[in-house]
Design a protein around this ligand. Structure first.
Ligand code: OXD
Ligand code: MN
Length: 587
């Protein structure tokens, strides 16, 4: 029986059902009883493998199709009316043409299958930040993952009531055709369609599709921001908690930073870090003029390889119950999971992510490098008590960062909000040897939103500038780089928990508690103001890490100008002015 009487919801579902022609329709009510039955069914059908329930209670393993292991950016479309509104960084197709294609591809797509209807909320149900959606799917895996990543069920329908402002989502697995994948967004009618995939980032629509691509459009219209940012709180020895949000491209340690454990010299004095979110932040101006952030998600969809008790104990502990693992290895000795970087001793025998027998001498990876855990946020030992706060947390600092071998210093602060927007717009990472292609190539990823901004990137920068004018008490904006290397290519800064030393300076700056040095690129710490106690790194090395090489930055400025040229005359004048200032400062 339908869980809502909302006419707009029901008529859209009727339309989808007429097109996809399912054998059965099941509304997901969010009850433990229904979820338990679906888990059992998934195990019986071989969709999930039940792991050792003593060691990993409520945990399951899933393997995707071998050609369905990551987000597919080249198959991701923003179908707004005009191509120029999608901008040069998005793929675009005419909405009429795309709808016609979808109608053909989805005609009878659910024949012989069940259509699961998932009512879900991004943000705490009832929060002024929250937005509601429905995802129709023929995948039990999606239902069970959505239950971890979002708030689902009857309560969502009740909170929506008769409102027509919901997000419509259709997911059809079809035959997982590797060349037929489509991840499509229609911002003008808040609709998402995912075809031929069953990989999380493509089909758990609440995450990238809704909370970033569609929500970035909603935020622009409604005056708020949807960002690819972690949110964390830093508690000082006085018990005050100050919050920051931070954007980094993939493979820069966002989940690790979000769950950071400060070094011993800090913890012994009472410093703590609280995680509010590890991937997405929705930001609004509060009545007091401050910027407030909510994590719209309910769980973590983290990369498993490299997660260990050393690198990120909080993440590993989060995965020890009620978690779905995808494409990790199965340790056959005790029916648990393993991945590269979990510990030093691989299992003597495992089943790899493709489902094949595996032994360490084979020289292949047991877990896919993008294998994932879907873990409830509630499992995280350092989850902030404000996680469910419907109003969100007040943000005092915004941090951008990338992976740069030489150019970007360990940390610098922008001179103003507009300069901070410039700093975000020029974010970049250098490709590493780990990825195919040339090493050291700069890939620009403004605000870490390159694959997630649902409209023209230059309009998005303008939105940032406009938001700055609405925020009475603007957070200070910073840039960090944990990845400077020495001449042999070794990282100089220890990273992980020691990043706390930089965050401490950032927060002091955000509260005007410490001086800084003015440099051509912005404000920087005096080396002695970064706490090095207990760290095997001397002041001169730190000075090197903070150094700004003018020649490299002149090259950088050239690269930025070339990058901006891609966006034509849409680049906001404020950003061009900041670029002029940077160039002048470097002379
Ligand atoms: C990403 C993710 O790809 O969070 O950014 O999964
Ligand atoms: Mn992400």
């Amino acid at each position: 029986m339908a869980l809502t009487k909302n006419k707009a919801v029901l008529s859209w579902i009727d339309e989808m059902v007429a097109m996809t022609k399912p054998d059965q329709i099941v509304w997901i009510d969010g009850s433990e009883e229904q979820l338990a039955q679906l888990r059992k069914q998934a195990v019986d059908e071989g969709i999930l493998h039940e792991l050792n329930q003593e060691k990993l209670p409520g945990c399951y393993l899933h393997r995707t199709d071998v050609n369905d292991v990551a987000r597919v950016e080249d198959r991701t479309f923003i179908c707004c009316e005009k191509e120029e509104d999608a901008g040069p960084t998005n793929h675009w197709m005419d909405p009429k043409e795309m709808y016609a294609k979808i109608r053909t591809m989805c005609d009878g797509a659910y024949k012989g299958r069940t259509c699961y209807i998932i009512p879900y909320s991004m943000g705490p149900v009832g929060s002024p930040f929250a937005k509601y959606g429905f995802e129709l799917t023929d995948s039990i895996y999606v239902v069970l993952n959505m239950n971890i990543m979002t708030r689902i069920g009857v309560k969502v329908c009740e909170a929506l009531g008769d409102d027509a402002g919901f997000i419509k989502g259709l997911h059809c697995q079809l035959n997982l055709d590797k060349d037929g994948k489509y991840i499509v967004h229609f911002p003008q009618d808040n609709t998402i369609v995912s075809l031929n995939s069953n990989y999380g980032g493509n089909v758990l629509q609440g995450k990238k599709c809704f909370a970033l691509r569609i929500a970035s459009n909603l935020g622009r219209q409604e005056g708020w921001m949807a960002e690819h940012m972690l949110i964390l709180g830093i508690e000082n020895p006085k018990g005050e908690i100050r919050y920051l949000s931070a954007a980094f491209p993939s493979a820069c340690g966002k989940t690790n930073l979000a769950m950071l454990i400060p070094p011993e010299g800090y913890t012994s004095k009472g410093w703590k870090v609280w995680c509010v979110g590890d991937d997405i932040a929705w930001l609004r101006v509060g009545e007091d003029g401050r910027l407030y952030a909510v994590n719209p998600e309910y769980g973590f969809f983290g990369v498993a390889p490299g997660t260990s008790m050393k690198s990120n104990p909080n993440a590993l502990i989060s995965t020890q119950k009620n978690t779905i693992f995808t494409n990790v290895a199965l340790d056959t000795s005790d029916n648990t999971v393993w991945w590269e970087g979990m510990n030093k001793t691989p299992p003597a025998h495992a089943i790899d992510w493709k489902g094949n027998e595996w032994t360490p001498d084979m020289g292949t990876k047991a877990a896919h490098p993008n294998s994932r855990f879907t873990a409830p946020a509630k499992n995280c030992p350092c989850l902030s008590s404000e996680f469910e706060n419907p109003q969100g947390v007040p943000i005092s600092a915004i941090v951008f960062g990338g992976r740069r071998a030489k150019t970007a210093p360990l940390v610098y602060q922008s001179r103003s909000w507009d300069h901070g927007v410039f700093v975000g717009s020029i974010m970049a990472s250098e490709t590493t040897a780990a990825a195919a292609g040339a090493v050291g190539v700069v890939r620009r990823d403004p605000m870490a939103m390159l694959p997630f901004c649902g409209y023209h990137m230059a309009d998005y920068w303008q939105h940032w500038l406009d938001m700055g004018k609405k925020i009475g008490k603007q957070p200070k904006i910073f840039n960090v780089n944990w990845f400077r290397t020495d001449d042999e290519g070794h990282f100089i800064w220890p990273g992980f928990g020691d990043n706390m030393r930089v965050l401490e300076w950032i927060m002091k700056r955000a509260f005007d508690e410490i001086d800084a040095v003015d440099t051509p690129i912005g404000y920087q710490p005096k080396a002695e103001d970064i706490n090095l106690e207990g760290l095997d790194l001397d002041l001169d090395t730190l000075k090197g890490l903070l150094g700004v090489d003018k020649e490299l930055w002149k090259e950088e400025a050239k690269g930025i100008r070339e990058y901006y040229a891609k966006f034509g005359d849409k680049v906001p004048a404020e950003l061009l002015k900041e670029l002029d200032t940077l160039e002048a400062n470097l002379q």
